[in-house]
Design a protein around this ligand. Structure first.
Ligand code: AHG
Ligand code: MN
Ligand code: MN
Length: 327
């Protein structure tokens, strides 16, 4: 029987690990906003949230109505949370200063997997929390910290169930939203197997990949007859939140590699609010992450919307990708 509400878990977990009360409040504010986003998502057409917003973000992507709604819900909630100094979002051109005396910075992808909203497939919110490194007025540099500095990271998956998964650096925990809009602990400490026979990649980009990536996927496709000596299965949801949740739950490896489609973009996914938080979760659960050359958490960021190649999940597969790229 599952019976531990999120608030009880947080009180205990933060006390046990000697973590700050203001971080707990920051995390709670993010999560409460996600409960509101979940409610909008669940209503779909009934709450008028489907379809295009008719606008674009700074990254040249068309915004869906729900991208904008989720972004507004999060920003409004965090403005009212005094310990949050500022936010950065996929949907905002630059950072937004929220509270002059705040201690934390919250970075988020308000709605991940937007292409799936209108077809009723899982979407989610991804978040990352950093400490504001210096006092005084907020500046871009304050945000440009590597992923190891994250003091909290997680996501809320609006899927068949609404689930919250997060880490504050002491394991990865999962909660399911009940009928009373309360998150209840349903997974105590995710652990990721080192080996897997399941991979996730958008195969339609194959011809644009670099040759080491072509070779890696060819090895997997060769199955029992190839050098890897086992058959692999493939999944691609096109919502990173859903892929990472599957990998945390039953293992696997996820790849959105570098490709030659646009030489200015070293990948599709964004370092600060997609790759970093997911990499911390995966590492905390015993997996690994890389851009095929170095651990994602060690990359020194240069911009809020910087893109990065992503390989994350089972340690054995991440090591194999790294080896093929750096023989
Ligand atoms: P977003 O909806 O926040 O822009 O992110 C979508 C991302 C990610 O969730 C997913 O892994 C990937 O884009 C899917 O990309 P393709 O459509 O190229 O497969
Ligand atoms: Mn996304
Ligand atoms: Mn998004």
């Amino acid at each position: 029987m599952f019976c531990t509400p999120l608030s009880d878990f947080l009180n205990q977990h933060f006390q046990q690990n000697n973590l700050s009360g203001s971080l707990k409040e920051t995390l709670s504010a993010i999560i409460n906003a996600c409960v509101a986003i979940s409610a909008k998502t669940r209503q779909g057409a009934l709450s008028g949230v489907l379809g295009e917003a008719g606008s674009g973000n700074i990254q040249g992507e068309n915004q869906k109505k729900l991208d904008v709604i989720a972004n507004d819900i999060l920003i409004n909630a965090l403005r009212q949370t005094p310990m949050v100094a500022g936010i950065a979002s996929e949907e905002e051109d630059t950072f937004v200063e929220t509270n002059e005396h705040g201690k934390y910075l919250v970075l988020f992808d308000p709605l991940d997997g937007s292409s799936n909203i209108d077809v009723n497939i899982s979407v989610g919110t991804i978040f990352s929390v950093l400490k504001k490194p210096s006092s005084g007025s907020l500046k871009l540099d304050d945000f440009l910290q590597n992923g190891r500095n994250q003091v909290a990271a997680g996501y809320v998956l609006y899927g068949v169930q609404t689930q919250l998964v997060f880490t504050v650096g002491q394991g990865v925990f999962g909660f399911t939203l009940n009928d009373n809009n309360q998150f209840i602990l349903t997974k105590n400490d995710f652990r990721l197997p080192e080996s897997t026979a399941e991979f996730a990649i958008n195969m339609s980009n194959q011809r644009h990949w670099e040759s080491p990536m072509q070779n890696y996927i060819a090895e997997l496709l060769a199955g029992k007859d190839g050098v890897r000596g086992k058959n692999y299965n493939m999944r691609w949801v096109a919502s990173m939140v859903a892929e990472v949740h599957r990998i945390l739950t039953r293992g696997g490896v996820f790849l959105y590699p570098f490709d030659y489609r646009d030489p200015n973009k070293p990948g599709k996914l964004r370092l600060m609010y997609e790759a970093n938080p997911m990499s911390l979760l995966i590492e905390q659960a015993g997996g690994a992450s890389s851009n095929a050359h170095q651990n994602i958490l060690d990359i020194q960021p240069t911009g809020l919307h910087q893109r990065v190649a992503v390989v994350l999940g089972a340690k054995e597969e991440v090591a194999r990708v790294n080896l093929l790229h750096n023989p």
